[in-house]
Write a protein that binds this ligand. Structure first.
Ligand SMILES: Nc1nc2c(c(=O)[nH]1)N[C@H]1C(S)=C(S)[C@@H](COP(=O)(O)O)O[C@H]1N2
Ligand SMILES: [Mo]
Length: 284
């Protein structure tokens, strides 16, 4: 099928509010700010694939962007490779996936993928291919630069006392939270922050080495793909330096890992750094 932007816009319109985080957004010393929330509008990818008619042998869907760069393989072969990412057909058929042409009620800005991008809610940023030019269903796995070489998380893990190295392509988002700011009213302080990466059940805060205490979730965006803001009443902390750490708890019971969690300690690459974030706050 060949579709114009007009063709896409004349199909059924669908929206999703989704917090998109770059998998390279670090946890320490503090987030680099590579995370944002928007309401995306477009048309259903699954409906389009259904209409195109996926063959029995199709297992993988590849999304190509318009941008390209030179890649050299084994110091021998240099090719001009288009940015491309793929996912399994099952993942692509998630009814929430969009071919998005609008961001926050306006035409998709060039920087965010005009005229159309993939919005894969619940996936790290890299999966959300911008400047889409081509979608193809394949009968085998796609192993382009951004699937198999770059955006690959390398971990040292233990299996029954043995060390194994795992190499996994960055895919679904991970549970994360951050204390964003501390405000003062009179002599009372309060902390606010955000949590995202999974449907959020709660957030806990730890001051210095005290026990974890529950934060209050403020009204969310009404979408389980969107971040949830939280506040914590700090009361009247003593003057001097304090640390503030937050941890998110997902609806499925998962807890945002501490930085010394084996899964994070064994990770050699900086992708998917979703460890708890500690900020240092000086109270005058
Ligand atoms: N075509 C194309 N799509 C792309 C990229 C890219 O370089 N080219 N970068 C990806 C990465 S790594 C991220 S984090 C998100 C960023 O999306 P944003 O610019 O809307 O924040 O786009 C993704 N889609
Ligand atoms: Mo990214």
């Amino acid at each position: 099928m060949t579709l114009t932007l007009g063709d896409l816009k004349s199909r059924e319109r669908q929206e999703v509010t989704f917090t998109l985080e770059c998998s390279g957004n670090s946890a320490f010393p503090f987030n680099k700010g590579l995370v944002g929330n928007a309401t995306w509008a477009g048309t259903s990818l699954a409906a389009l694939l259904d209409e195109a008619g996926v063959e029995e042998s199709g297992i993988e869907v590849v999304f190509w962007g318009a941008d390209a760069g030179e890649q050299t393989w084994r110091d021998e072969i240099t090719v001009t490779e288009q940015f491309a990412r793929s996912m399994s057909l099952t993942d692509a058929m998630n009814p929430d996936n969009l071919l998005a042409y609008e961001m926050n009620g306006e035409e998709l800005p060039n920087l965010h993928g005009y005229p159309v991008r993939l919005i894969a809610p619940g996936w790290y940023g890299v999966a959300n291919v911008k400047w889409l030019t081509r979608i193809e269903v394949m009968d085998r796995r796609y192993q382009g630069n951004f699937m198999a070489r770059d955006y690959v998380t390398i971990r040292e893990e233990e299996r029954d006392g043995e060390t194994v190295w795992t190499f996994t392509s960055v895919s679904r988002a991970r549970l994360k939270s951050a204390p964003a700011k501390v405000t003062r009213q009179g002599d009372r302080y309060s902390i606010m922050g955000a949590a995202w990466g999974a449907p959020i059940a709660g957030v806990e805060v730890r001051i210095d080495e005290e026990p974890w205490q529950p934060a209050t979730l403020t009204e969310g965006e009404g979408s389980e793909y969107a971040w949830t803001f939280w506040t914590f009443d700090w009361g009247t902390p003593s003057p001097g330096e304090h640390t503030v750490t937050s941890r998110a708890i997902a609806k499925d019971g998962e807890v945002q890992p501490a930085p010394d969690d084996p899964l994070l300690v064994g990770k050699q690459t900086y992708w998917e750094s979703n460890g708890q974030i500690t900020r240092r706050i000086k109270i005058p």
